[in-house]
Design a protein around this ligand. Structure first.
Ligand SMILES: Cc1cc2nc3c(=O)[nH]c(=O)nc-3n(C[C@H](O)[C@H](O)[C@H](O)COP(=O)(O)OP(=O)(O)OC[C@H]3O[C@@H](n4cnc5c(N)ncnc54)[C@H](O)[C@@H]3O)c2cc1C
Length: 387
């Protein structure tokens, strides 16, 4: 066996958006951080868009992405939720709540590139990329981590290695998984007119269509539905695809002019049965993978890593402090129930559910208190207290 190289305060396995952000956030409380990721950074940024809530934008600004969000992000001034063939809709408005925007939409590549540049400049972070974690052993006062060519030692380990987490598997942590048999189809579309910074979510029999505002008369589309339906839509040529999209979504955004490359993602919900085991914690998709219908996955992860880094800073990064740490679950419950609840409610074809949907949309839109609560929670401003 190779001799372990010297001791890190923290080793993070997984350098996706969650692992990279966490490494940067931990700098004030950790002198030596190792970040291990199996994928070269150039292969990481897919052609995808991410809707960040207000709390996530605040966090990313804190670690040096303010100009990236200002240059490449588009603020969402309103969110409009409706259901095809049902009366009623819900409107959430930043203005009514006294905010500039409810969040922002940004191509993922800009976040990934800036996080990676900040990591390369960080004195306290050592990058092991590309390196795949293959073994993990708790030896009492530290954890030994083995990759294909390195052996490291760390006082604690954070598994941010995604839905198929190796860290989680090596620790024997089980998961509860819901297979929706659904996929997401993602594409950038151009419009003939402005979107006026409004985001739309439209539910219908063959799935939900979200339209997120981008720069210059562009929107990011996420169409989720049964895998068979999404495969059929993917196989259509561009003209037929736009025709079908226009028919299903209607003309709230005017005419769709052009569709960029279409990408698909399989969808599931998965929760780890434990998020902390000994000296190891799980965050991001390794801990919770959510259906993207409510754009909560990354937002929830950023919320949790903010809790973790604040806690560590308050306890001066002391090793034993982890024994008393627990993630606050209010936002995690909200995000998970919202994502799963919307998927379940809007995929039920029965007439009873159809009635509930119409009545629900109308009465919810009239209820100022409920709307204010939902808006604040969706923006990530739900109150969680950290010990
Ligand atoms: C279509 C779609 C749209 C979405 N839209 C939104 C949205 O608008 N808003 C939102 O908040 N969320 C959204 N999400 C969810 C969001 O994308 C995820 O929550 C987020 O990307 C999870 O990041 P992560 O870093 O935890 O995991 P990943 O991005 O999966 O990163 C895991 C990393 O771990 C590395 N790794 C894996 N195994 C190993 C190993 N053995 N050794 C070393 N490294 C390893 C991988 O190389 C990878 O870099 C969306 C998801 C989908 C599918």
């Amino acid at each position: 066996m190779k001799t372990p190289i010297d001791l890190f305060d923290t080793a993070i396995v997984g350098g996706g958006m969650v692992g990279m952000t966490l490494a940067l956030m931990l700098q004030p409380s950790c002198r030596r951080i190792a970040l291990i990721d199996a994928t070269p950074i150039t292969a990481l940024a897919p052609n995808r868009f991410i809707a960040l809530n207000g709390s996530s934008c605040d966090l990313l600004k804190r670690i040096g992405l303010e100009d990236v969000l200002a240059t490449h992000g588009t603020g969402m001034k309103k969110i409009h939720v409706s259901c095809k063939d049902h009366f009623g809709s819900v409107h959430l408005s930043a203005d009514e709540m006294g905010y500039d925007a409810l969040g922002c939409v940004i191509p993922e590549k800009y976040i990934v590139h800036r996080l990676s540049a900040l990591l390369s400049d960080a004195q306290s972070i050592t990058l092991y990329r590309p390196e795949r974690l293959t073994a993990l052993q708790d030896v009492g006062d530290a954890v030994i981590l083995s990759t294909e060519s390195q052996v490291l030692r760390a006082k604690r380990v954070i598994g941010a290695d995604g839905t198929r987490s190796t860290v989680r598997d090596l620790l024997g942590i089980t998961t509860k998984t819901t297979h929706y048999h659904q996929s997401a189809l993602v594409a950038e579309l151009s419009l003939t007119r402005s979107h006026h910074s409004v985001a739309y979510e439209r539910f219908q029999a063959i799935g939900a269509i979200a339209m997120l505002p981008l720069k210059e008369k562009q929107v990011a589309m996420i169409w989720t539905g049964s895998t068979d339906a999404i495969n059929r839509l993917t196989a259509l040529d561009s003209t037929d695809f736009l025709k079908e999209l226009q028919m299903c979504f209607g003309y709230r955004l005017g005419r769709f002019q052009h569709s960029g490359h279409r990408l698909t993602y399989p969808l599931l919900m998965q929760h780890a049965s434990q998020q902390i085991k000994g000296r190891v914690l799980l965050v991001g998709n390794a801990a919770h993978t959510l259906h993207p219908i409510a754009a909560q996955g990354l937002n929830l992860a950023l919320r949790e890593i903010a809790q973790l880094s604040d806690y560590w800073l308050a306890h001066s990064g002391r090793d034993e402090a982890l024994d008393h740490f627990s993630f606050q679950t209010k936002q995690a419950d909200f995000s998970s129930k919202l994502s799963h609840g919307l998927t379940a409610l809007f995929s039920k074809p029965s007439r009873i559910f159809s009635g509930i949907r119409s009545v629900g949309l109308v009465s919810f839109d009239l209820c100022t208190f409920a709307k204010a609560y939902l808006t604040r929670s969706a923006m990530g401003y739900m109150q969680d207290t950290v010990k």
